[in-house]
Write a protein that binds this ligand. Structure first.
Ligand code: CP
Length: 325
């Protein structure tokens, strides 16, 4: 029942954009586009996942992703169950795999997992062959539904990806959002630049075809989209110093009205996955300005999560088989 049979998406899991083809990414965006319409109706609930159960296993804090998955599942009529790190037996020393096996013994259809370690979701998908696993963020590795909602937002804002330039600015080293976006954007044909202090840029990006910059003015010149990322303090080891001070970082890599007016395209689109540290990576006038599509990203997230859950469970063919076409 759990293996996906959708023509364009055949995996039972969604672990990372690294593992998806261009066709699969495009198909998820197309399905999400249909669910977007549903989210704008007065009555937002459909019976697509009636009788299915979804466990949200969030072992790291989240506002947007967790709420978005929960709303998405409920709008598809799935039953949802939420478990947090402090409220689960992982706080008593139970391993992730033991926790997940015990949850799987209750036969949920999907486990959505956020874990502080890279590879957490992959480990679950291997340990649970009969349950769909969706990665809601694993350490600094991937955050695939964030990458997909970013792609949907860019596609809606610009009409497509070919010939477009996206500059990702900030703490690339510790960012799963950056990784998912790099994989996704390159696959759909956009040009990707990253910008930040040398200490916050991981090795290997140039080899993938990404332009690496340390000068913000150069990095954003001519870019269609600037995606700002926050410093991931929670992934920086205690005592770790990647830049002299937050003030210095902000002076060099933070975006304000003057930098945008002087250095960026007039019609540049500003994105941020949230949570934003106002006054560090973005000044409030940028977060709330006409450039910003930050809340569009959040809105599109619900549709992307609906599409993701629908597709890992088998999509159209499964719905047709069960008489819910
Ligand atoms: N973008 C994102 O993952 O936000 P949350 O940490 O609030 O889920």
């Amino acid at each position: 029942m759990n293996a996906s049979t959708d023509e364009h998406f055949r995996s039972k899991d969604l672990l990372g954009l690294r593992f998806l083809s261009t066709g699969e990414i495009t198909h998820i965006l197309d399905v999400a586009e249909q669910f977007r319409g549903l989210n704008l109706r007065a009555i937002k609930k459909v019976p697509t996942l009636r009788g299915k159960s979804v466990v949200h296993l969030f072992l790291e804090p989240s506002t947007r992703t967790r709420t978005s998955f929960d709303i998405a599942a409920k709008r598809l009529s799935a039953d949802t169950f939420s478990i947090s790190g402090s409220g689960s037996s992982t706080s008593k020393g139970e391993t992730l795999v033991d926790t997940a096996r015990n949850l799987a013994a209750m036969h949920p259809d999907i486990i959505v997992v956020r874990h502080r370690r890279a590879g957490g979701a992959l480990m679950l998908s291997q340990a649970l062959p009969g349950t769909c696993v969706i990665n809601a963020g694993d350490g600094a590795c991937e955050h695939p539904t964030q990458g997909l909602l970013d792609l949907l937002t860019i596609r809606r804002a610009l009409g497509g990806f070919r010939g477009r330039v996206v500059t990702i600015v900030g703490d690339i080293l510790h960012s799963r959002v950056a990784r998912s976006n790099v994989w996704g954007l390159l696959k759909v044909g956009a040009a990707v630049r990253v910008c930040g202090p040398p200490t916050l840029i991981p090795p290997g990006l140039k080899e993938l075809g990404v332009e690496v910059h340390h000068d913000l003015q150069e990095a954003i010149a001519g870019a269609d989209v600037i995606m700002a990322l926050r410093i991931q303090q929670e992934r920086i080891p205690r005592g770790g110093h990647f830049f002299p001070t937050l003030r210095e970082y902000s002076r060099l890599y933070g975006l304000n009205r003057d930098k945008l007016r002087n250095w960026a395209r007039k019609d540049v689109v500003i994105m941020h996955p949230g949570p934003v540290n106002r006054g560090v990576e973005l000044e409030p006038e940028v977060v709330d300005g006409d450039w910003s599509v930050i809340l569009d990203q959040v809105e599109n997230g619900v549709a992307v999560r609906m599409a993701s859950m629908y597709l890992v469970l088998g999509g159209e063919r499964a719905a047709a088989r069960e008489g819910r076409g």
